[in-house]
Design a binder for this molecule. Structure first.
Ligand code: C5P
Length: 289
């Protein structure tokens, strides 16, 4: 291992193409059915190994306390489950909106787990990393596996799924939504009938059960959905706040982005078949260390 070389690792965002709440576990967590689509909007995480075992934060987001920082928690979880005596300085370049329903924090955690497992040479396999990831958040495993997936359970029972190569318009309506608050809402529908991958693939209508709850509470999410809907069928991702619409291609995506009201941030994003994290792992392994 090269003791001092920093390396840069991507952490992609996801969209939930649909999200059905089908039940609730005894511990309060919700049983879901959802499809995760990985997209090319990415955070970048720079990792600098340290020999003293310390996990340090560099240029941290001021709004995220150290104890809530999923990058730090992921590094510590990997240390404690492997007994590794090495440490790392972690720098996060944030591009994925926080509280946007795009899985940014979960993806950052997954990237730290996967990348430090390479850098520290702790040798865990993907299943072991995903199971550490699940302790950090329900959306972490899908980013560890790095494949688009049909998910059940609390989001951890994953089946890889091939999705069409698609462009999306993504709109961040300038507000951040608290996932626990939305899942705790009394008005949330929690008994959507079970569907199947086959029904999803054949175009049976789906929805995001969290969307009406967020729309009723956040005027800007409702307004962004109505605006995007006037261009293409639009839906909210995860517990919001971001909304998205599939469009015919990159040119169409950019045309919609260009006319987005200035108070919101719009992105033209591409659906990916695989996480760029796995290309980064391959590239890292190819370099002679
Ligand atoms: O797993 P994650 O940390 O993203 O979840 C945040 C919160 O959202 C949980 O603490 C829980 O309150 C709620 N949640 C849920 N059911 C899920 C996922 C999240 O109730 N499947």
């Amino acid at each position: 291992m090269n003791g001092a070389a920093p390396s840069a690792w991507p952490a992609p965002a996801k969209l939930n193409l649909f999200l059905h709440v089908v039940g609730r576990r005894g511990d309060g967590y919700h049983l879901l059915q959802t499809v995760f689509q990985i997209i090319d909007l990415c955070d970048t995480i720079r990792l600098m190994p340290r020999s003293d075992g310390v996990i340090g934060r560099v240029d941290a987001l001021p709004e995220v306390a150290v104890e809530d920082d999923l990058c730090m928690r992921a590094a510590r979880a990997l240390q404690s489950s492997t007994g590794c005596s090495l440490g790392a300085d972690i720098a996060l370049e944030k591009r994925i909106p926080i509280g946007g329903g795009l899985g940014g924090g979960s993806s950052d955690a997954a990237t730290v787990l996967v990348a430090l497992n390479e850098i520290w040479q702790t040798g865990l396999d993907t299943e072991a990393l995903a199971s550490i990831g699940l302790q950090l958040g329900a959306d972490v495993p899908v980013f560890v596996y790095g494949r688009n997936a049909y998910a059940e359970g609390v989001g951890e029972r994953l089946q890889p799924i091939d999705l069409e190569d698609r462009w999306y318009v993504l709109v961040h309506p300038g507000v951040s939504v608290s996932t626990p608050q939305i899942f705790a809402a009394p008005e949330l529908t929690r008994d959507t009938p079970l569907t199947t991958i086959a029904r999803f693939a054949s175009g049976t209508p789906t929805r995001n059960d969290l969307e009406p709850v967020v729309r009723a509470r956040e005027r800007e999410v409702d307004a962004a959905l109505r605006w995007l809907q006037s261009h293409a069928p639009a839906r909210m991702s995860g517990s919001g706040s971001c909304v998205f619409a599939a469009v015919a291609g990159e040119v169409q995506a950019q045309a919609v982005v260009a006319v987005c009201p200035q108070r919101w941030r719009a992105y033209s994003v591409r659906g990916l078949a695989n996480s760029p994290l796995h290309d980064a792992v391959m590239a890292y392994r190819r370099v002679d260390r």
